[in-house]
Write a protein that binds this ligand. Sequence first.
Ligand code: BG6
Length: 488
Amino acid sequence: MFHKKLAPFPKDFLWGAASAAYQVEGAWNQDGKGPSVWDVFSKIEGKTFEGTNGDVAVDHYNRYQEDVRLMAEMGLKAYRFSIAWSRILPQGEGKVNEQGVQFYEKLVDELLAHGIEPVVTLYHWDLPLYLQETYGGWESRRVIAAFKDYCRILYQRLGKKVRYWVTMNEQNVFTAMGYRWELHPPNVSDLKRMFQANHHINLAQAEAILLFKELVPTGLIGPSFGYGPVYPASANPADVLAAENGEAFNNGWWLDVYCKGQYPKVIWQYLAEQGLTPVVEKGDLELLAAAKPDFLGVNYYHGGTVAQNEYEQQAASPQREKTFSGIDPYHIQPADEQQASPEKALFTNVENPYLTKTAWNWEIDPVGFRIAMRRLQDKYNLPLFITENGLGAIDVLTEDGTIEDDERIAYLQTHILEIQKAISDGVEIIGYCTWSFTDLLSWLNGYKKRYGLVYVNRNEASELDLRRIPKKSYYWYQRVIAANGELP
Ligand code: BG6
């Protein structure tokens, strides 16, 4: 029998871990930081799990040196973190807050001094509140210009030291959560507004790339997309067509813009029929076409399975279960919501009987990860940087002070093996960041759903002592890195 030989990971493969400013930093009003939309949204009653917010989070702002030391002891090669725009510019535009810039300079220096490559995300959802309140946030073109100015400051101050940059984190997720499901700021449910804001974010993303090419010619930049491959529920051509629709609607709508510089025609036409396409001004399409990323950042958790839409199929498979009724940021909608959704004539989300799920009902699908990497390479032919992947679980601090997170180890192990298979298939992959390095604030799940390799001793009710305790997975990943992915 033929067994495919596994290729080794490249010598300079970036074994990393990731975080985002609002989820780790805390210090929400320290050293001149202005408020962001999340500082306000998280305090609206009923919006977050047990009323959790990022005021303190895991206090990374004041403990970054300890965190970097733990990264170094683990042998981490790269650390992906995001910059809080309102630390740099408290109002999102105008006057620079020098102390905010200095925090990130110090963090970058600390990382470099420990041989860790910084990977900077420019936007991980914490828009300065002033921009939202004064202009209407991403619905205003004014914010595109503000974002470009913010990027300029960072390129000038950090461009010589930081080689890897991420523009937008999961544009597909934050636009849907913020403008469709009312689960993130700005707490809106309006598809027309969602598609318009999304268009402006595309333009801001393109501006950030073009300016980067000018100011940081030695660096590499790209977006981080929350990608999930879409499967057909069966070999029925009608289901296969539904899966094509799902890929185009859930993924191509953003990825084609990023990587091909244009909106995909089928979805554009479909949305135009419903009056949902954004207003495009003169010069917009040329801007999108001009900005080419150097790599594609991929955040992978799971994909989805779809069938022909239920209106057309009627009696096709009455035994097939629809997806669970919870909101999942990765595009799976409850069946009743689909009635009112723009994708209702394109596909119907269904359960995949072949996959198990996490405690939060997210499918566990390592093979889907390989499918994802292969599809993305085939379609867009850019080097891939896996900027997030990990398991959210309840971790228990035992009486003897350890965290035996074997489930996470199994998750990471199976996913890393699929990366190696994808590399062996010929996919170019720069690096892999687990989500996350320390435990952190889950936007909607507090501290109950933990992702870290390092436990942080706090919960929803109390900050406790915020002590850092490496989990079993920390020591396991340390061995993986030391062996350059030759799994123990
Ligand atoms: C990604 C985000 O969508 O998923 C992260 O980029 C987030 O910021 C992660 O924390 C996990 O999501 P959740 O909802 O399980 O915390």
